[in-house]
Design a protein around this ligand. Structure first.
Ligand code: UD1
Length: 427
């Protein structure tokens, strides 16, 4: 299996182009199921998860075509066309690999009147149920059956009807499924306590480009006036705020300066204010955010929570950064249980971290030392890469298929700003 080998200690300097957001891509792609006309997505990141989602859509009868990136662009352009729905079943083999497959449930149901999706199993970052997704579909009139590890949703004979969906807790995926279903339901749907993540706004904007009528963008109440049909559109995926934040941490950890080209400030206030509190110099340039660290990292107290608060997807990378802070930090994870699997690995590199229930006390150390490490989820893997960039000596990050799910051309981007990092094949 491939691994990433890093010789740490180089201050990173230069420009890193930011890719299209993975989590936006994974909710924009299933929108193709909502129309028989082509949906073209620009700025799609080249990621394993995007490929897997494309394969899933192919299984459902969606024709896909890819155009290469334009010169100077990392992303690619893909066109999806679901002239007919060939199958309404998302099989176990695909869902098992990628939990976001659950996002075909709503669109298939809305377009074809039924959908059968394998239940996503437990996940490395905690037990992730789908009850909120199912409640949303039921509120629009769907019948739900669970059998043999699959969930089957069926629309009533007269089709789905708008209703009020009131989420007891905020869920990004359930809000996305609710929105993608409501756009084709009869009448008006009100989604209360909706997630406000920028990727939800990206989804709503793409649906509007396809002819949907949605009010309340960026708020926690979305009102959808259902349409009989949607049409094709061309839409550009928003830049990845988590990739941006991850490379910003790399600038801080190495005492370097990185211009993150294409990054968008409005999607990442909590991340940027965390970086600024940690001592980053942040400059807003036309079309870029420049983050400079002077090597002195200040400790922080941060709690993850739904947007606009600090995202759980940045917790592991901030922990790597704070492991070198001058003082003690407190990180609290409120979204997922069991999202501290990077802690023992960071500790092996010399970090001083103590997990107390949902919180982690991070006592800053003078330096980290390279070691062979591995992580069991995407953001945890990135935290190890970041620690490796700052550590003395060689770090080997194993199980890098996690990184390939979420960071486009990681080594290439980091090499270009002076990191000594390479991918090597292995057993
Ligand atoms: C999405 C993101 C993921 C991010 C997370 C939180 C994608 C592909 N993934 O995941 O990167 O970490 O948002 O920002 O966009 N929950 C339930 N029942 C449900 C659904 C969720 O109890 O039916 C719980 C979850 O267990 C979790 C919390 O709600 O504790 C939030 O999860 P959710 O916002 O749904 O995360 P995802 O959409 O899975």
């Amino acid at each position: 299996m491939d691994r990433i080998v890093i010789q740490g200690g180089k201050a990173l300097q230069g420009r890193i182009p930011i890719s299209g957001a993975k989590n936006a891509a994974l909710t924009l792609m299933p929108c193709a199921l909502l129309t028989d006309e082509p949906l073209t997505l620009r700025n799609l990141p080249r990621l394993a998860d995007v490929d897997s989602f494309g394969h899933l859509l192919n299984e459902l009868g969606v024709a896909t075509s890819v155009e290469g990136a334009r010169k100077g662009e990392f992303g690619r352009v893909m066109t999806f066309r679901a002239a007919n729905i060939a199958s309404t079943v998302a099989p176990y083999d695909i869902v098992r690999k990628m939990r976001a497959s659950i996002l075909v449930l709503g669109p298939l149901l809305a377009r074809a009147g039924e959908a059968t999706v394998s239940l996503p199993g437990g996940c490395a970052i905690g037990n992730r149920p789908i009850d909120l997704h199912l409640k949303a579909l039921q509120a629009l009139g769907a019948e739900i059956e669970l059998a043999a590890g699959y969930v089957k949703a069926t629309a009533p004979p007269g089709g789905l009807t708008g209703g009020t969906i009131s989420f007891p807790t905020v869920s990004v995926g359930a809000t996305e499924n609710a929105l993608m279903t409501a756009v084709l339901a009869k009448g008006t749907t009100v989604i209360e306590n909706a997630a406000r993540e920028p990727e939800i706004t990206d989804l709503a904007q793409c649906l509007i480009a396809m002819g949907a009528e949605i009010e309340g963008l960026r708020s926690d109440t979305l009102t959808v006036h259902g349409k009989d049909r949607l049409h094709g559109a061309t839409y550009a995926v928003m830049p990845d705020r988590i990739e941006t934040g991850s490379y910003a941490c790399a600038a801080m950890l190495t005492g370097g300066s990185l211009e993150l080209v294409g990054a968008r400030e409005d999607s990442m206030h909590a991340i940027l204010s965390g970086l600024a509190d940690a001592g980053a110099l942040i400059e807003f340039k036309p079309g870029a955010i420049k983050v400079t660290g002077d090597g002195a990292i200040k400790p922080l107290s941060i709690s993850t929570a739904p947007f606009p608060a600090f995202p759980t997807d940045m917790q592991a990378q901030f922990m790597a950064m704070l492991s070198l802070a001058r003082g003690t930090s407190l990180l609290t994870e409120t979204i997922f249980e069991n999202r501290y699997m990077h802690v023992p690995e960071l500790s092996r590199m010399g970090a001083d971290i103590e997990v107390r229930g949902r919180s982690a006390v991070v006592r800053g150390v003078e330096g980290l030392v390279g070691a062979p490490v591995m992580a069991t989820d995407l953001r945890a893997s990135m935290s190890l890469v970041l620690a490796g960039l700052a550590a003395k000596g060689e770090t080997q990050v194993n199980r890098i298929y996690h990184l390939d799910r979420g960071y486009e051309r990681l080594e290439e981007k980091l090499q270009a700003v002076g990191a000594e990092i390479e991918r090597v094949g292995g057993d």
